[in-house]
Design a protein around this ligand. Structure first.
Ligand SMILES: CCCCCCCC/C=C\CCCCCCCC(=O)N[C@@H](Cc1ccc(O)cc1)C(=O)O
Ligand SMILES: [Zn+2]
Ligand SMILES: [Zn+2]
Length: 522
């Protein structure tokens, strides 16, 4: 073949390759565009087709408003702090017990309600249903709060429940006395209105959630197991209604946690011979450990976006983003790697992308002129749904890559199972309907809860655990969670009561309506 003939041949091959590439790209974008326009994750059950069970309605009058706010403020003023794994405020927990009995006299005296103390300070209520064949469900909340100190910069003392511009300030106003008081206040009003549920339900109030729930939630589970109880679903604290928190999302979104990340506490330690600071070795225990910690911070865990429930979250929210995010989120099959890189830029969304690594303790040194023999650090890992404690531990050992650094697992548990969110998932659909009835402009989406809750102890009692409370989180509110100036608006607290009031009645339906695949209503 002549030189010009072979050039022509190469040119023809290149032309075929380029046009095939162009056709492939065009095809991919056509598929992506069709999916953007047609993705309908909100197809489901029509609100209008639900069996009507919410016969009682709650319109809060002036007197009730005064009373419910006074109750809530009194709850906030009782400092039920869990200080550490071994230090809880038992005096405050006993006071809280007395307070509940005074604030909710009908709940504590109704023949429909059986109440008992569990683990000395936790509360278990059983509200009897008129139709015992209907499987019961359970609402959870916790009594304890994390410590708070006014000197950190609170606008009002953290246990004052002071009202400023329509907000009640105080530790527990969003974590988690709002849910606790909201549930009991709703039940008090329902019972006062003569309501008797068809479907029985439990209410569990743990007293030590902030220190892992070992004596509260775990004992409640033990009691229920002994009684052979199985639950239709469990609803606990967790995700909320986010408004203006997810960048680019138009309007508020109620995220319902279908699962929660796993957790591990890992201890890193370095031991060397102690010595005189005037003749230091080239590397000290502190230096070796600091390098290990730096390696962990410089090498985040792998991106796993799309391998857990977080992919579904963005598919559900896609239609509320504008172009190009709408296009990207509707086509995670193509754009997951790109979206991961966008999300990982901010701590709040990075938590959805991977297992996170937080160094929370670093201890070493005894005296200014002594080379310390021991340096230790603790790392708190929040494990993505697609990983396990074991896998994460192996990655840590590889990343540290230094035999002198001892890596030990202090405690750990794998990510929690993923509850259903389809049209047959009773708990999910009940929560969704209750949200949409009360807040019609909200988009409801399944999600993963990045923190842990008492509900994780309930996995042997049900496959369906949802982490959600109808608290509204606006920009700046995430920082209030375990932070300073924790607060809730009086309006939102009232909405929470109405939400639980309606949810309890919605649970009385015998079964969910038949799905109607092309309807957008629910
Ligand atoms: C794409 C961006 C979406 C942004 C939306 C984010 C909304 C986030 C809303 C709420 C935050 C989630 C908080 C979940 C509840 C966590 C409760 C909690 O703090 N639990 C403790 C439990 C614990 C664990 C270990 C211990 O030794 C003690 C307590 C926790 O640390 O997880
Ligand atoms: Zn909490
Ligand atoms: Zn908390």
């Amino acid at each position: 073949m002549t030189e010009s003939g072979s050039k022509l041949r190469i040119f023809k091959i290149l032309k075929i390759i380029i046009s095939s590439l162009l056709i492939t790209v065009l095809l991919l974008f056509t598929i992506a565009a069709i999916r953007t326009l047609s993705l309908d994750v909100n197809a489901g059950l029509q609100l209008a087709h639900w069996e009507k069970t919410n016969n009682k309605s709650l319109v809060i009058d002036h007197h009730q408003r005064e009373e419910l706010l006074a109750n809530f403020k009194e709850a906030i003023r009782i400092p039920t702090v869990s200080f550490s794994n071994t230090e809880i405020n038992t005096t405050a927990l006993l006071e809280f017990d007395r307070f509940l009995r005074k604030a909710f006299p009908t709940v504590f005296s109704s023949s429909l309600v059986h109440h008992e103390l569990v683990g000395n300070y936790s509360h278990l209520f059983w509200v009897k249903g008129s139709q015992p064949e209907l499987v019961p469900y359970m609402l959870l909340a916790h009594i304890d709060v994390v410590p708070a100190s006014e000197s950190d910069g609170w606008e009002a003392p953290p246990f004052s429940a002071k009202e400023i511009d329509g907000f009640i300030y105080g530790r527990g106003t969003i974590d988690d006395k709002n849910s606790l008081m909201g549930i009991l206040q709703a039940l008090e009003y329902l019972l006062l209105k003569g309501y008797a549920p068809r479907r029985g339900f439990y209410i569990g109030l743990g007293h030590d959630e902030e220190i892992n729930g070992l004596n509260g939630a775990m004992n409640i589970v033990r009691v229920l197991k002994q009684r052979g109880v199985q639950l239709l679903f469990v609803m606990d604290e967790g995700l909320t209604i986010s408004d203006g928190i997810i960048p680019g999302l138009e309007g508020p979104a109620a995220l319902i946690g279908l699962s929660e990340k796993g957790q591990a506490a890992v201890k890193l330690s370095v031991s060397v011979a102690p010595g005189h600071a005037s003749m230091p070795p080239r590397e000290t225990s502190i230096g070796i450990l600091a390098t290990a910690v730096k390696r962990l911070e410089d090498n985040p865990m792998p991106r796993l976006f799309g391998y857990g429930p977080e992919g579904d979250t963005f598919e559900h929210l896609a239609h509320k983003f504008s172009f190009p995010l709408k296009f990207i989120m509707s086509n995670l099959w193509l754009f997951s790697p790109l979206l991961s890189r966008i999300l990982e830029r901010k701590p709040v969304s990075n938590a959805f992308v991977r297992t996170t690594t937080a160094v929370t303790f670093f201890n070493a040194g005894v005296k200014i002129n002594v080379i310390p023999s021991l340096a230790e650090a603790y790392v708190n890992l929040r494990i993505h749904s697609a990983q396990s404690v074991e896998e994460v531990l192996d990655i840590i050992k590889d990343t540290v890559g230094d035999q002198r650094v001892k890596v030990e697992l202090v405690y750990g548990f794998d990510p929690l199972p993923i509850s259903g969110a389809d049209e047959k998932a009773f708990g999910f659909q009940i929560i969704k309907k209750t949200v949409l009835d009360l807040f019609p402009t909200v988009t409801v989406a399944p999600a993963i809860c990045v923190g842990n809750t008492d509900s994780r102890h309930f996995i042997d009692l049900t496959k369906n655990i949802y982490r959600f409370s109808p608290a509204w989180f606006k920009p700046g509110d995430l920082e209030r969670f375990h932070g300073i100036n924790e607060r809730i608006s009086t309006k939102n607290y009232e909405e929470m009561i109405v939400f639980y009031f309606n949810l309890i009645q919605n649970c009385d339906i015998r079964k969910l309506p038949e799905p109607h695949s092309s309807v957008h209503e629910l």
